[in-house]
Every structure is written in structure tokens, then in C-alpha cells.
Design a protein around this ligand. Structure first.
Ligand SMILES: [Zn+2]
Length: 284
């Protein structure tokens, strides 16, 4: 089997036109070690087959344990209806970028269905990106900054943005004129059983509104489509403890409350999502 580093090098060599230098914004070309820009800034592919585009180290709140719990939940089928819908919207050939890919399961499971030609996932978390390199599908993974994407103008057919922050101007820049942004945000009932179980006395923490995110989205698109995807997921018995660890909801929970929940974990959870689709031609 091809080594991760060789697979990564081959990808960036063949797809160098997708990238641009995050330092000076000139174009990149393939080198023996990775990519090099017109001003000789070099980006070498790591042993894990990734590229690191940040100019400084960033510490994130998502640790290995949370990524691992998320991975097990996503792979248990919790988001299968969402993935099926996304697969229907993503062209079967083309370029795909997953923004804030985390440990890579969403992109990997999507590629299983779509067979994308060139797919890149990036995250600001080095930990997440390293974990993503364990995924079986041949995506390329890198560490990058959302506000200064290391990608060239008008190169991507689809930008995927699942549960992660957005930079709409950067997305519009790198998308082809006929490209699309697919953004997934939680709906008001997303994980509601978990919110109630974590914070039985705190009504404000039990509630969630995506209104500010949706409003922001509408400010950037002349018109757009939106679709609610809502269902109940029966949590496999062996995954019920993972649900407690997979999201930032867990950060403020009292330890004794969590200990109680571990003894009697939830068996069903509501997945309530809003899928927003913006055509780049409608970008304001
Ligand atoms: Zn440069």
C-alpha cells in the first residue's frame, strides 16, 4: 500500500493548481517535498501526508477524546440521512472542500457515496487532521485558517461546512462561478434530550436557536435554499456513552450529573438539522 506521505505528495503535485500561498497569495507548484510558491515559500508534506498552512500554532478546545467520540457516533450511522442528502447534491465528479473537517468522518463517508475526484478536508486543529489521515477514502487533509484559505480562486465545485464556522467571502473566492456552498447547522431540537439531561435546571442551556447563523447566511446570498432534516436516532447500546462526550455541550456539565447519566444513558436522540444551500452565482 502507498505510504501516507507519498499519497499526500502525489495529491499536491497533481492538484497544485487548487492551492495558493497563504503567506503571499501567489500560485503554487508541486515540488519534490510538497508545494512551493512564486516567492519560494515552501510547504512540505508531513509523514502523515498532510500540509500545515498556519503561520502559528493554534490551540483548540477539541481534544483527541472528543474527536474520537464524535468519530464513533458519526460512524454508527447517526448522520446517515444527512449524508444521503448531501451525496445527492454533490456532483459525482469535481472538486470538494470540507471546511472544519475535524477528524474527517463526514467527508470520508460522503466520498464513499460520491466518489469525488479531488477532495480536501481542512481544520484548524492539528489533532483532528492527523486523525483524519486514518480515514480510508483518498481525501487530502491539511491544517489551515478559515480566514486565509490556502486555496486558489474559482477552483472548487462544492464547499461543505458542517457544524463549523464560516468565512463567506473566502468561500465565494475559492468556489467556481457555478459552485455551491452546503452549510449544515443544528436546528432548535438538535440533541434536545442531551441538553435536558445535562442541564435539568437551566432552561437557557436547554434551548438553542440557529437564527443568528441563518440571518448571517442570508446577508451573503441573494437567494438560497434551505431544508430541514429531522429524525430520531436509536443509539446502539455500545455508543451511548460516546454521546455524552461528542459535543461542546458537555463542557459545562456538573460531574455528578454526568456520573448519573453514565449509569443511565440515553437510548434515543433527536437529530434536527438545517441544510443551507447557496449558489455562488447568487453571492452578494
Ligand atoms: Zn508565498
Amino acid at each position: 500500500m502507498e505510504k501516507k506521505i507519498d499519497r499526500g505528495k502525489r495529491f499536491v503535485y497533481e492538484q497544485a493548481q487548487l492551492f495558493r500561498c497563504p503567506l503571499c497569495h501567489t500560485s503554487m507548484k508541486g515540488s519534490a517535498a510538497g508545494l512551493i510558491c512564486e516567492n519560494q515559500h515552501r510547504f512540505d508534506v508531513s509523514k502523515k501526508g498532510t500540509l500545515f498552512f498556519l503561520t502559528h500554532q493554534v490551540k483548540t478546545d477539541y481534544d483527541h477524546e472528543m474527536f474520537a467520540a464524535r468519530r464513533r457516533m458519526i460512524q454508527s450511522g447517526m448522520y446517515q440521512p444527512l449524508l444521503k442528502r448531501l451525496a445527492a447534491l454533490v456532483p459525482s465528479a469535481g472538486t470538494l472542500l470540507d471546511v472544519g473537517c475535524g477528524e474527517g468522518s463526514f467527508l470520508d463517508l460522503l466520498l464513499e457515496q460520491t466518489g469525488q475526484q479531488a477532495a480536501i478536508g481542512f481544520d484548524i486543529s492539528k489533532e483532528g487532521v492527523y486523525m483524519a489521515t486514518e480515514q480510508p477514502q483518498p481525501a487530502f487533509w491539511c491544517v489551515a485558517d478559515l480566514t486565509n484559505l490556502p486555496f486558489a480562486d474559482k477552483r472548487f465545485d462544492t464547499v461543505l461546512n458542517i457544524f463549523s464556522p464560516s468565512n463567506y467571502r473566502e468561500f465565494a473566492r475559492i468556489l467556481k462561478p457555478a459552485g455551491q456552498l452546503l452549510k449544515v447547522v443544528p436546528g432548535p431540537r438538535y440533541l434536545q434530550e442531551l441538553r435536558q439531561a445535562f442541564y435539568p435546571e437551566d432552561v437557557t442551556k436547554q434551548q438553542y436557536s440557529n437564527a443568528p447563523v441563518v440571518t448571517k447566511f442570508t446577508e451573503f446570498y441573494r437567494h438560497f435554499e434551505s431544508e430541514e432534516i429531522t429524525y430520531q436516532f436509536e443509539i446502539p447500546a455500545e455508543r451511548r456513552l460516546d454521546l455524552l462526550e461528542m459535543s461542546p455541550l458537555e463542557w459545562g456539565v456538573k460531574p455528578e450529573r454526568k456520573a448519573e447519566l453514565k449509569k443511565q444513558p440515553l437510548s434515543k436522540i433527536t437529530v434536527d438539522l438545517l441544510l443551507l444551500k447557496g449558489e455562488n452565482s447568487a453571492f452578494l
